[in-house]
Design a protein around this ligand. Structure first.
Ligand SMILES: [Fe+2]
Length: 495
């Protein structure tokens, strides 16, 4: 479908989905979580302020955007993946959004309705799936996006097939059949080493091997793949990389093993178990991994990791107690109380040091302020870094980002920017200035949404002084739902 909007010939509606979404009062289908029903191209956004002439690149953000009314209790993590992309160059900004054309979405489009139950619904054993590591959820590819080998690569946190999309048009090129290449599946939070162009990935599953790890080279060839021995099924969310090593995680938050054997998925925090971090040479086999023990916690996202002499340093957002307390549970009522309680993320910036000589791990909190979705200058991933850009959580019943905080690990200082009343942001990557000199020489970009006004904006802030507020705002003519992960493709890496 190709409709033009009266009075705005430049903006094109590429597709619409007339199927109404029944929210049934689910707060993750309402307000700023309302799924978009259309895909649009907006080739030249109206801008308030001046777009920096020394900023060239593409901001991509992934997130859940439910296509059809859910069968059961919709979880925020269930929505069909949709990419939002802004191309910035020559002082102009274009925007478009597209669903990731997953196999699951295609099957549901053919059926005209949802087919898969969600994360907190009972699995449907009659559904035939031939992709993903466990095959009980729809692989929505809604979680993460990285740029590798000229394509945007989207992935799903419960593991599945990576989908490749054109970073300009956001059209889905296809899914990568990892099995045909000798691997199994890919989780979200694979990472690209911009120095080598390699993509490092892992997956996890409820049957052995419980984890696998692999390296795809800059040209897209699987170069290394190995099973990782774990004591049982685990639920890691990310890995971390350094120049020569990868850090894999065995954290004490995982499916209850007894219930899992009966086909039920109940997440439990095992406070009696340590957090374990497995450090493996980048192309090491599973038996070369060295495990380090730390205090129990959960980690959704790492800030960065690097090598310092005999030590590996890792910074991340640490969740000391990921299972909601009775006090938190009492804050919520109704059919979505459990979902809302589990989504409270009291995560703080934290540092672990793994001593390769002694096998010991030291750890220390770096802040007591709650922050998440950390981003750094992509070129520093796996190398020593100083600055990171996190979002802060709004006082709301769902996960919403009310501002940004920039941390300086050298001085221990922080800069803050609040998006403002009724405005909620996205994971906000660092975007280096063209020809940048220095780690924070550039900008921070974020899609922000105004649910009361049914519209969004792209904010561009000076990374050296985010507290000064945006240097410009570009108006986006629909409401981008709150979402997950993002990446910045700098001008010198644009295909
Ligand atoms: Fe994540």
């Amino acid at each position: 479908m190709n409709l033009s909007i009266p009075g705005d010939t430049a903006l094109q509606v590429i597709s619409t989905n007339a199927n109404p979404i029944e929210s049934r009062g689910n707060p993750y289908l309402e307000g700023v979580h309302t799924p978009l029903r259309q895909e649009i191209d907006a080739p030249d956004l109206e801008v308030i302020g001046d777009v920096p002439r020394d900023l060239t690149g593409i901001y991509l953000r992934n997130g859940p955007n439910q296509r059809n009314s859910p069968l059961g209790v919709h979880h925020w993590f269930d929505g069909d993946g949709m990419l939002h992309g802004a191309v910035i160059r020559d002082g102009r900004i274009s925007y478009r959004n597209r669903w990731v054309r997953t196999r699951g979405k295609a099957a549901e489009d053919r059926a005209g309705r949802a087919l898969w139950p969600g994360l907190i619904d009972p699995p449907n054993p009659d559904l035939e799936q031939t992709w993903g590591s466990d095959g009980w959820l729809k692989d929505t590819s809604n979680t993460d996006v990285v740029f590798h080998n000229g394509k945007a690569v989207t992935t799903f946190y419960q593991c599945g097939e990576p989908y490749l999309l054109d970073p300009y048009t956001l059209e889905t090129v296809g899914a990568v059949d990892l099995g045909a290449h000798g691997a199994r599946a890919m989780s979200a939070h694979n990472m690209v080493d911009e120095h080598t162009g390699e993509l490092l990935f892992f997956d996890y599953a409820t049957s052995p091997p419980y984890m696998t790890y692999g390296v795809i080279d800059a040209s897209g060839r699987l170069e290394h793949f190995t099973p990782i021995d774990l004591p049982g099924p685990r639920l890691p969310h990310t890995l971390a990389i350094t120049e020569h090593y990868t850090i894999l995680m065995d954290l004490p938050l995982f499916w209850d093993p007894g219930l899992l054997r009966q086909g039920a998925h109940k997440v439990t925090f095992h406070r009696e178990l340590p957090s374990r971090f497995g450090i493996i040479p980048r192309r090491g086999d599973g038996d070369s991994i060295r495990w380090f023990e730390a205090e129990p916690c959960y980690i959704y996202h790492v800030v960065n990791a690097w090598e310092e002499g005999d030590e590996i340093v890792m910074e991340g957002c640490r969740f000391a107690d990921p299972e909601p307390s009775q006090e938190i549970r009492r804050m919520y009522a109704g059919p979505y109380a459990n979902l809302l309680a589990w989504m409270r993320m009291d995560t703080t910036w934290h540092r672990w040091r793994f001593d390769l000589r002694t096998g010991a791990c030291r750890e220390e909190p770096l802040s007591d302020r709650v922050s998440e979705f950390p981003m750094i200058h992509g070129r520093y991933n796996g190398r020593p870094s100083r600055y990171s850009y996190h979002v802060t959580f709004a006082e709301a019943q769902t996960v919403l980002f009310d501002g940004l905080v920039k941390y300086d690990s050298q001085t221990g200082t922080a800069q803050r920017y609040q998006f403002g009343e009724g405005c909620y942001g996205s994971e906000s990557p660092f975007a280096p200035r063209d020809g940048a000199q220095g780690e924070d020489d550039g900008y921070v970009v974020s899609f922000v949404s105004y649910p009361a006004e049914d519209r969004s904006e792209l904010l561009i802030l000076d990374a050296r002084d985010i507290s000064a507020g945006p240097v410009c705002r570009a108006r986006i003519p629909h409401l981008i739902p709150s979402g997950f992960h993002s990446c910045w493709i700098p001008g010198d890496r644009m295909p």
